[in-house]
Design a protein around this ligand. Structure first.
Ligand code: AMP
Ligand code: MG
Length: 335
């Protein structure tokens, strides 16, 4: 089977062709970063307009790279939420148009479930293990921070999430306050490589009775407050400050994830979403976790359509499909 994946939930216009084994035939991500970076964040209106300008080219390019035509497609899988409604609509309406014109089945996918399936794409070890379940999945992106117990394919239970900001959001705001554009994660990582992570202790909150819950709003505020109050340190110890802030985020994520993995006696840990590209997070979790840690290939850590295509195949295989009434959802639960 050849599955066409379409992902437009945020600021990347992403199209991919994947087969039923999770082998990626082509993967195109047209980043809109240049259009948003001067605004310090994503401008929804610009995002949806750019999706509609770029999506046709992205599809043509994806087919060309794989040497396929639209007629070769067996299933169309598209992100239906959560995300920016104006952006999601461009992907979903395009998917419906192709489905209608070619009389091919259509399926709408939860973006976060897509991220989970980035672990099963192509080469990663996880796709080769017969029964890797149960798994604890840490979803860390610009908009989400969740701990999910994955009991089997397509079977999830959210056991913890952030009460306020996502981890990526806190890093992005901190970077923005330092005068850096969006996304801040890679910049903080770069600054932090040569910094002393013990330079400053930022707050590491835990909640009594809710061991898997996160909160990053307090950390973000504490970070910005520290920058305001310590201009000399910002001038002389920028690398140390970045490393300390990054380490705090990583420690919070690591501590909750390992606790969940131990409590639920899982066979492995998966980490997905944009922040999973972070080297300090990858290293700390891999070193400290009592079970194997699975990470997507870096290309598939950030938003892409290959993961949406593979998740769509899993649902289709189970007999599910959508029709032309498929809608978009700004908020959507994974369970
Ligand atoms: P996503 O929402 O999945 O597209 O991921 C975007 C988020 O990942 C943004 O908040 C980025 O700042 C963050 N991010 C990307 N690369 C890194 C990195 N190397 N370290 C930390 N955060 C990162
Ligand atoms: Mg994402």
């Amino acid at each position: 089977m050849i599955i066409l994946g379409i992902e437009t939930s945020c600021d990347d216009t992403a199209i991919s062709l994947v087969n039923e084994k999770g082998t990626v035939l082509s993967n195109v991500v047209s980043s809109q970063e240049v259009f948003h970076k001067n605004f310090g964040g994503i401008v929804p209106e610009i995002a949806s307009r750019k999706h509609s300008e770029l999506i046709g080219y992205a599809i043509t390019e994806t087919l060309k790279i794989a040497g396929k035509s639209l007629e070769d497609i067996d299933l169309i899988s598209v992100t239906k939420g959560p995300g920016l409604v104006g952006s999601l609509i461009i992907g979903v309406e395009t998917a419906k148009a192709i489905s209608f014109a070619l009389n091919k089945p259509l399926i709408g996918i939860n973006h976060l479930e897509g991220h989970i399936y980035s672990l099963f794409l192509g080469g990663p070890k996880l796709s080769k293990i017969k029964n890797p379940f149960p798994l604890i999945i840490l979803i860390v992106s610009g908009g989400h921070t969740e701990l999910v117990l994955m009991e089997n394919h397509l079977k999830y239970r959210v056991i913890g999430r952030t009460r306020d900001d996502a981890a990526g959001e806190a890093i992005d705001k901190f970077a923005r306050f330092l005068g850096y554009g969006y996304p801040g994660g890679p910049l903080i990582e770069k600054l932090g490589i040569n910094g002393n992570p013990e330079f400053h202790k930022f707050p590491h909150l835990t909640f009594k009775g809710s061991p898997y819950e996160f909160s990053f709003s307090g950390l973000k505020t504490a970070g910005i407050y520290f920058l305001e109050k310590n201009p000399a340190a910002v001038k002389n110890n920028l690398n140390d400050i970045a490393a300390s802030f990054e380490k705090t985020v990583v420690d919070i994520l690591t501590e909750r994830t390992i606790r969940a993995a131990v409590d639920y006696k899982v066979k492995g840990i998966g980490v997905v979403g944009g922040v999973s590209a972070n080297k300090r997070l990858r290293k700390t979790l891999t070193t400290e976790a009592p079970v194997e840690v699975f990470l997507p290939e870096k290309t598939f850590s950030t938003d892409n359509a290959a993961m949406i295509a593979l998740a769509g195949y899993r649902h289709f295989e189970r007999g599910e499909k959508d029709n032309l009434l498929l809608d978009v959802y700004s908020r959507l639960e994974i369970e």
